[in-house]
Write a protein that binds this ligand. Sequence first.
Ligand code: BES
Ligand code: MN
Ligand code: ZN
Length: 507
Amino acid sequence: MVTLTAQRSTLRTTRADLIAQFIFEDNDVFKKQIAELKASLKDISAVFKAATFRGKEQETLLLYPKGILAKRLLLVGLGKSEKLNLEKLRRASATCAKTAQASKAKSVGLVEPDAAVLAKARVDLGENQWESVGKALGEGAALGVYKFDKYLTSTENKNTLKQVIIASNDVKRSKQVSKGLKQAQVVCEATYFARDLENAPANEIYPASLARRVIASARRNKFRVRVFDKKKIKQLGMGGLLAVSQGSVNPPRFIIMEHNAGKMRMPTVVLVGKGVTFDSGGISIKPAGGMGEMKMDMSGAAAVIGTMQAAAQLKLPVHLVGLVPGTENLLGGAAMKPGDVLTHYNGKTSEVDNTDAEGRIILADALSYATRYKPELVIDLATLTGACVVALGHYATGMMGNDQDVMDQLKVSGERTYERVWQLPMYEEYEKLIKSSIADVKNVGGRWAGAITAAMFLKKFIGDYKWIHLDIAGTAILDESLDYIPKGGSGVGVRLLIDFLKHWKKG
Ligand code: BES
Ligand code: MN
Ligand code: ZN
């Protein structure tokens, strides 16, 4: 990943392949900024061109002025100062880094946004303004230039950008920006890790290789891992995970990660991530078109693994446990069949009406296994239902749970990180949709409210703890790029959960 650094320098003195200057749209500010450019550039034709710029959001102008150490100058509009927020900074920063990358730059400098304007703007830029600004700029730049390029054999198509510099001409500000960048470095590296796992094809990432990647990160970052193989999974009675894996040659794994293990005085939070490394639908097979996307059906697991890594690096004061049931969902002579009845880890039974509703079947085992840790709170993340994508599209994660206060806290983290969540109801009436006449519950609920009936199924398997279910089917897998999320796996969940864990009040 790119290195994010703060530096005491200015537009003129920053040495980089491209330097970016943010411009506000407000009339008075704009005039002042152009006058400042004039003073520092000493290049009439560049200043002349700059004057045609308006400073509108996402507007850019690339110049090659004399008199600065950087090779190119990019003017980037931030819009009206009173409308500024952290998300706009992330997007503008992504634009800078992507423009630099497009010209094969190795380094990009960003001049801090005008301090006087920010001080006056009275917009909410977080508790610690310059730290938040640094963090947002770092995140936008790093996440924006992510590329899954390991299988591209020609170097022509590979990323060149190595360094992002935030230039500040004030020591105090620069220190705060640097603090923000350090956090951005950690959460973005974890998001890269999650995206790499998601985008990796299913012939690279299958349950055993997923577990190996976790072990490698755990060694580097000093968190604990245990991996259960098929035999152990069977012994423990995880009948759901076992059944879903039955049709595959690649055996299942149950991965357990732990940060601050044994710290008795810390509250315990368990994260559970759906780790279906490929979902063909099983015997209830999916249509062929776009089936390759289902290599990303382990995005919940990727989010949990990335969060574990970041939490360990940031030394978050919480006993954090990550549980990943890992399996493929394939067809074969031994595959699970519609009509099968399964017995889960907690002894409850489920009837399989559709083998393509496999996520809830494996999560049932993991959610009941979570009880062993006597957690304060359990959060599961899963690319669980197409119905959630229909309901919320790509801009919000579906949220359900049994405790309003903690869901409200997660919602705030969603707004802050812009990994937004939207709550769906869990009215008891939905429960009758998943009634089975031969088992405790049925794994599908029919045509309506598919995201909710999936959550109702999960609810049958939770223990005596606060619980939040996040359906990331729409937010984890993108068929088109957004500002700082390239097409493919988004790594959603890492920034959200880290922000949540930092601010969590257990109430
Ligand atoms: N992994 C899919 C859900 C999914 C769909 C994720 C599209 C991302 C994009 C899940 O296992 C699944 O197949 N769900 C079924 C459930 C149905 C059979 C009740 C679905 O949503 O169609
Ligand atoms: Mn499925
Ligand atoms: Zn699935």
